[in-house]
Design a protein around this ligand. Structure first.
Ligand code: SAH
Length: 341
């Protein structure tokens, strides 16, 4: 038996064709799973009994086991899920002015080894399956009794290191008969896997792309993010330019401000220069300090000065407000204490 949540619409179409049925049954299934969020195949009312019996024989309708959840003062909620193989993952629900947003985990652990990040302290054990990503959203929505309108793939893991499953996941959550999360309401964040950025430029959904840049040059970026040794900043910026040219979409540049490392006015100026002419939006992120890591959050004055300098250089920029830091749910803080290593 296979989990039906691992099945994309195309796979469901093939399934029905192999049963001698019409492919439109695939979208019917998507509607039942993601819109009506059935817990038993018996709830399906527009299929013959015999088809429902076949579904029961071929597929499981799984859930994720929620083993803990915490609520922050600002309403942000963090969920700890246990997977079938015993591993743990976390998801975060944030309440924004525009709706509810879920921060999804894409891998068990992460191999990118960004020096400031808590997630990379646990090496990657495996990719998440499609079902383990879609079920994060279904479970969070169900447990919180909210409609999720936005999704960011910024939990633990590097989504472009689990590319195919992430693409299938995006198609499923965007499906107009299912969760119907608008492509423009979905953001995939990458540390800069250049070949995948170029491949993603050909993806037909208008999903947002965010790049974790965090430095204006190779010298600083090499220290912070080992991926920069494989794909130096020139290659990354070139891939971003190609992506924008191909898709016509604005790219978000994430930049964590680290005291004394990348937060000087000289860095702001260099950043403005390398981003000049690119259709990007810079998100300045206050660093969430991680026990055991030497990095510190920049002072408020330095963050504001950095922000002002970028503004002066006519870069689109915002200073991100943080949520959920009191429950270790803020950006980059996710690190399951229960995760196997
Ligand atoms: N691997 C992907 C997505 C996960 S991280 C990526 O690198 O983009 C999501 C964002 O949180 C990234 O921009 C990451 O650099 C940032 N981040 C990691 N640790 C952080 C911390 N301690 N404080 C603030 N942001 C952090």
């Amino acid at each position: 038996m296979e989990s039906i949540y691992n099945f994309t619409e195309d796979m469901l179409k093939e399934y029905w064709l192999s049963k001698g049925e019409k492919p439109f049954r695939a979208s019917q299934i998507i509607e039942w799973l993601y819109r009506h969020q059935i817990t038993s195949f018996d709830e399906i009312t527009n299929m013959k009994k015999s088809l429902i019996e076949e579904l029961k024989q071929d597929f499981t309708l799984d859930r994720l086991d929620c083993v803990a959840n915490q609520k922050s003062k600002d309403g942000t909620r963090k969920f700890l899920f246990q997977l079938e193989d015993g591993n743990f993952i976390e998801s975060v629900l944030m309440h924004q002015e525009y709706g509810y947003s879920v921060c999804v985990t894409s891998e068990v652990g992460c191999n990118m080894d960004c020096q400031f990040c808590a997630s990379g302290m646990k090496k990657k054990l495996r990719n998440l399956e499609v079902k383990e990503m879609v079920l994060q959203i279904l479970m969070v929505a169900k447990l919180s009794k909210v409609r999720v309108s936005h999704v960011v793939i910024m939990g633990i893991g590097e989504p472009f290191d689990n590319y195919e499953n992430v693409i299938s996941f995006l198609k499923l959550i965007n499906h107009p008969l299912g969760l119907e999360i608008g492509a423009r309401h979905i953001t995939v964040s990458t540390c800069g896997l250049v070949p995948k950025i170029l491949e993603y430029a050909n993806f037909d959904l208008q999903v947002n792309l965010a790049i974790s840049l965090h430095a204006p040059n190779n010298k600083i970026r090499n220290q912070l993010m080992p991926i920069n040794k494989a794909y130096p900043i020139e290659q990354l910026l070139d891939a971003i330019a190609k992506y924008i040219e191909k898709t016509n979409r604005r790219v978000t540049i994430e930049y964590i401000l680290l005291k004394g490392i990348n937060d000087s006015i000289a860095c702001a100026d260099e950043l403005a220069t390398v981003l000049h002419g690119l259709n990007v939006y810079v998100n300045l992120i206050p660093y969430n300090e991680v026990a055991g890591k030497p990095y510190e959050r920049s002072t408020k004055e330095d963050m504001i000065a950095f922000f002002d300098w970028l503004k002066k250089r006519r870069i689109n920029v915002q200073l991100r407000k943080e949520q959920g830091s009191d429950i270790d749910a803020a950006c980059g803080q996710l690190r399951s204490k229960h995760m196997k290593s």
